[in-house]
Write a protein that binds this ligand. Structure first.
Ligand SMILES: N[C@@H](CCC(=O)N[C@@H](CS)C(=O)NCC(=O)O)C(=O)O
Length: 223
């Protein structure tokens, strides 16, 4: 298989795209990037053309082979690269559970706090359902960190950290929120990880290019 292309959405907004992108960067796995701008008139047609599910992310090969859905992409990467999952079998099982739980769960957190790398420290109210999701996430992080001693959930940065990276950015956007000290240290380590920093730089470039300027058109009143 040749060098793949990772089809993604906006870096400021697309949390599912962020996950395999930062994992591939962290692994040093070579790939091209194809970014489809979300919420534009042509977005639907472009994503349908690029991804069998009509969703991003999707990893594509020159022969037409496609691997879609963030978690499936990670499992596919695990067949080609070391370091996607922890080496230790018990930690690997825990990492897979944590990643599956993120992939299928925390719907309130994801719905009420959508990823938005255009702002930080909004300090918004944290509704009950979000607090419940965060509480479960902090329990899960604490358990993993106490088993591994950090700095990442299972020691080295792996797929599970990539899965939770958009939770770290959401806390940065909408928080601050209280959390155990070990979780705060972990969140800082994820935020500052070079692959996550590179993704954030991409998001900042989108904002600098005016992608998120929604100023009223000339002549419209403000209220
Ligand atoms: N379960 C999928 C979810 C993918 C997903 O919902 N992607 C969103 C962007 S984050 C999408 O493609 N939305 C299409 C659109 O906005 O038109 C995965 O894990 O990859």
């Amino acid at each position: 298989m040749d060098m793949p292309t990772l089809v993604i959405g906006n870096k400021a907004l697309s949390s599912w795209s962020m996950r395999p992108w930062v994992l591939m960067r962290a692994l040093g796995a070579p790939f091209e990037e194809h970014l489809i701008r979300l919420d534009e008139p042509e977005t639907r047609a472009e994503i349908k053309e690029a991804s069998p599910s009509g969703l991003v992310p999707c990893l594509k090969y020159a022969d037409g082979a496609a691997v879609w859905d963030s978690l499936a992409i990670m499992e596919h990467l695990a067949e080609r690269h070391d370091g996607v999952w922890p080496e230790d079998q018990a930690l690997r099982a825990h990492a897979r559970c944590a990643s599956a739980e993120m992939h299928s769960g925390f719907a309130t957190l994801r719905g009420v706090w959508p990823m938005d790398l255009t702002r930080e420290g909004a300090g918004l109210a944290t509704p009950l359902g979000v607090r419940r999701d965060l509480s479960r996430i902090f329990t899960l992080w604490s358990e993993a960190l106490s088993r591994s001693n950090g700095p990442f959930l299972y020691g080295e940065f792996c797929a599970a950290d990539a899965m939770y990276a958009p939770v770290v950015t959401r806390i940065r956007t909408y928080g601050p929120v209280p959390m155990p000290e070990a979780c705060a240290d972990y969140a800082r380590a994820v935020w500052e990880h070079p692959a996550v920093a590179a993704w954030r730089e991409g998001a900042a470039a989108e904002a600098a290019a005016g992608w998120y300027d929604f100023a009223p058109a000339e002549g419209q009143a403000r209220f």
